[in-house]
Structures are given as C-alpha cells and as structure tokens.
Write a protein that binds this ligand. Structure first.
Ligand code: GDP
Length: 301
C-alpha cells in the first residue's frame, strides 16, 4: 500500500469510529486492528506496529480512567485520534537532532548507500538545496567503482551549476575523496558533499572503503540514501550500513513512485536515525525537507 492510501485508510478507520453507537473497548480494538493492518500492508515492521497498538491502548485507557473524556464519546474519539497521531509521529521521530550545516565552516557531508538507490542524484539535489540557502556548495565524486559514475556527477552538477571534483584516471576512491575535500576546503566551500561508491556485491569491500573514506575526509554528517521502493529490506540494509558507516541521517528517495514507504520508516526506528529529506522525483528540486509532525499531518490530511 502506498503512503497516500495508508493515510486514506487510517482516516477511513477514524470515520468509522464516528459511526459506532458507543466508543468502547470493542470499538477501539476494531479501529486499532484496521490501523495496524494498514501499517503492515505499508511494510512497517510488525514489532513497531504491535508496539504502537499497545501504547495507544494504554494511553486511551489512562485518559479515560482519569476522566479526561468527561464521559462523552466525542471526547473519547479525539483522545483516540490524538494518541494514534502522536504514536505515528514517534514512528518517524527518533528524537535525535540531525546535523545542520553551518555558515563559514567547511561542512563535509558523506553520502552512502547501495547502487541505484539514488545517491548521485541526491548529492546534486543536496548541493542545490544548500546553495540556494546561501551556503557555497560542491560535490566530490569518490565512486571509482561504477563506470560512468563521474560522468553522471559531471553532467548533473554542470546542469545545476555546482562545482565538482573527480577523476577519470585515479582509481583510489580514498585518495580522490581526500584530494577533493582538501581542494574545496582551501577554496572556502561551505558544503562539501562526498558521493561514495554503492556497489551491490562485495559488500564487505564496500563497507571497508566507506570506513577509509570516512577516516580520510572526517565527515560532519554521513547520510544514508535509502530507496523507498525496497520495502521491508530497508530495515536490514540500514542496520548493515549503520554498523560500518554510522550515518547520522537518512534520505529516503523515490517517495513519488509506488513505494510503500513503511520499510524506510522502520529503518528510522531500527537505527534511531532521523530522516532529513525525501526524494520525490528525478529533477534537481525534487527534494522535500522532512519533519515528523508535518509529515504525519500531511499523511492524514
Ligand atoms: P546511485 O546509483 O545510488 O547513485 O543512483 P542514481 O542517482 O544514479 O539514481 C538511480 C535512478 O533513480 C536514476 O534513474 C534516478 O533518476 C532515479 N532517482 C533518484 N532519486 C529519485 C527520486 O526521488 N524519485 C524518482 N522517481 N527517481 C529517482
């Protein structure tokens, strides 16, 4: 189920609640069952869903026992809706503040993620985003593994009028990353985005390379680029990257497509890392800033 449908289904369950004669335990259970199955069909992790269900139940019970509903169904309905809203926000909010690039500082941002997840596209989008907000931005292409990676960076960076660094001849990604970051630091760039390789196979080598690049460029923030369309696999992928790259933020791409998105949401909880942006298309400006509460409001809007 795509996220828009998830919102519609939860809203449908709320509407159903208004139609029942009395809002009692049975009505609450029926609502929670519907919300839970909608979340599961959107690929949200089963444990997270079970947890949400029991927390909403406990909150509603405590509120009713304290007399907050004043014995009225309408108040009870609001209490239930608010409890579900709050728990949905918590699903996408690990309570950790992501790093924010600072003016007059060479902020190094390293992007990691598997090939095809949209890393290179996202690096250009990020550079454009920060450039527009007054931070002098650039890109270093440290992907020497995929033939054509540097060409892709060159093309998209040129289109976006973003300075870039890379090499057709140098084969050591650590050396390219170090050279590029050093050059741009000297030139007083404020956001230096390092795009790394995302090879699919040879995972241990990929992770080793990421660690080495990290040691060479000392990123202020490492960002995991995660494709929403991989569904439940997002959680395991995020965990594996967290162990070696220890990223501080997540960007979920391809949210414009038919992705369920719940898998990526579960990745937040599994790694206790905030989502900072959503990729919502193939174009340079198709990047939405992510904040938990507005996201859930919009989902249910
Ligand atoms: P990389 O291998 O991780 O560097 O991935 P690329 O940046 O080359 O992207 C792979 C494909 O996904 C390309 O066709 C991109 O245009 C596409 N892509 C990246 N981000 C998005 C997004 O947010 N939405 C959509 N629809 N496509 C995207």
């Amino acid at each position: 189920m795509v996220l828009a449908d998830l919102g519609r289904r939860i809203n449908g369950a709320f509407a159903q609640l208004s139609r029942v004669p009395v809002i009692d335990d049975k009505a609450l259970d029926a609502l929670l069952k519907e919300v839970a199955s909608a979340l599961l069909e959107s690929d949200v992790n089963v444990k997270l869903v079970a947890n949400l269900r029991s927390k909403v139940k406990a909150k509603v019970k405590a509120a009713i026992e304290s007399g907050a509903d004043k014995g009225k169904d309408i108040n009870r309905k609001n209490i239930i809706q608010k409890a579900i809203f709050d728990e949905l926000v918590l699903l996408v909010d690990p309570g950790v503040e992501p790093y924010k690039p600072k003016k007059n500082h060479p902020n190094v941002i390293m992007a990691v993620g598997l090939q095809g997840n949209g890393k290179t596209t996202t690096c250009t989008k990020l550079a454009v985003y920060w450039q527009k907000r007054g931070l002098k931005s650039c890109i270093v292409c440290a992907d020497t593994f995929r033939a054509g990676a540097f060409d892709q960076t060159r093309q998209s960076a040129t289109k976006a009028k973003i300075p870039y660094f890379g090499s057709y001849t140098e084969t050591d990604p650590v050396s390219i990353a170090a050279q590029g970051v050093m050059k741009f630091k000297k030139e007083k760039f404020e956001v230096i985005i390092v795009d790394t390789s995302g090879r699919h196979k040879q995972e241990s080598e990929l992770f080793q390379e990421m660690v080495q690049i990290g040691e060479a460029v000392k990123p202020d923030m490492t960002v995991l680029v995660l494709d929403a369309s991989i569904g439940q696999a997002a959680e395991a992928q995020a965990k594996a990257f967290k162990e070696s790259a220890d990223f501080g933020a997540i960007i979920v791409t391809k949210m414009d497509g038919h992705a369920k998105g719940g898998g990526a949401i579960s990745a937040v909880a599994a790694t206790k890392t905030p989502i900072i942006f959503l990729g919502v298309g193939e174009h340079l400006y198709d990047l939405d800033k992510f904040s938990p509460e507005p996201f859930i409001s919009k989902l249910l809007g």
